[in-house]
Design a protein around this ligand. Structure first.
Ligand SMILES: [Zn+2]
Length: 186
């Protein structure tokens, strides 16, 4: 069975030599790839990792209103694409600084979610806000705010994966036990 190329960015030109690519199945492979028509370079595309944190101060949850697309104007937790040469934990700390100008401590891995359709893996920690008076919108956020559980803007959350993880967090917190979970959302 040949896997068709149906996700990822269309790669029109070769990253090495700049020539046009074609879609084809390399010898010995079982799925379509973008292949350079001139030098034969195969441009593999693989899932991207998003690192983030559910951040609390006492009972409150830290959320950011996005200033950038996708989903500008909607709320989410500090999270973003991992950079090269960076651990997941470092990425999560960096994103919290970039989006919420906040520091975090007491980080525990909480949720891994495979988004198989779009090729992303969300890795979410739970963490404690360093200082409840030190947070502010970074360049990618319009507003950063601590929410009581009853005030969380569920209808205006940017991403289903975050909504699901945050919902599970609040249920487990109410029950008094946190468990790590690995899930898949299509
Ligand atoms: Zn090439």
């Amino acid at each position: 069975m040949i896997h068709k190329l149906h996700t990822g960015l269309p790669v029109k030109f070769c990253n090495l030599c700049g020539s046009r690519t074609r879609i084809g199945v390399p010898e010995g492979d079982d799925r379509e790839r973008h292949i350079c028509q001139t030098c034969g370079y195969i441009q593999y595309q693989n899932p991207k990792v998003v690192a983030g944190s559910i951040i609390t101060h006492e009972e409150q949850i830290l959320l950011c209103k996005r200033a950038i697309e996708p989903r500008s104007g909607y709320w989410t937790i500090p999270a973003g694409f991992l950079e090269n040469h960076e651990s997941i934990q470092q990425g999560s700390i960096r994103e919290t600084w970039e989006e919420a100008r906040a520091g975090i401590t007491d980080m525990h891995l909480y949720q891994i979610t495979n988004l198989t359709r779009i090729g992303q893996i969300y890795i979410i920690y739970r963490a404690i806000l360093d200082d409840p008076f030190t947070f502010a919108p970074g360049p990618e956020s319009l507003v950063v705010e601590l929410f009581d559980e009853v005030s969380i803007p569920w209808d205006d959350m940017a991403f289903r994966v975050i909504k699901t993880s945050l919902g599970r967090f609040l249920e487990e917190r109410a029950a008094g036990t946190f468990t790590m979970s690995v899930d898949t959302l299509e």
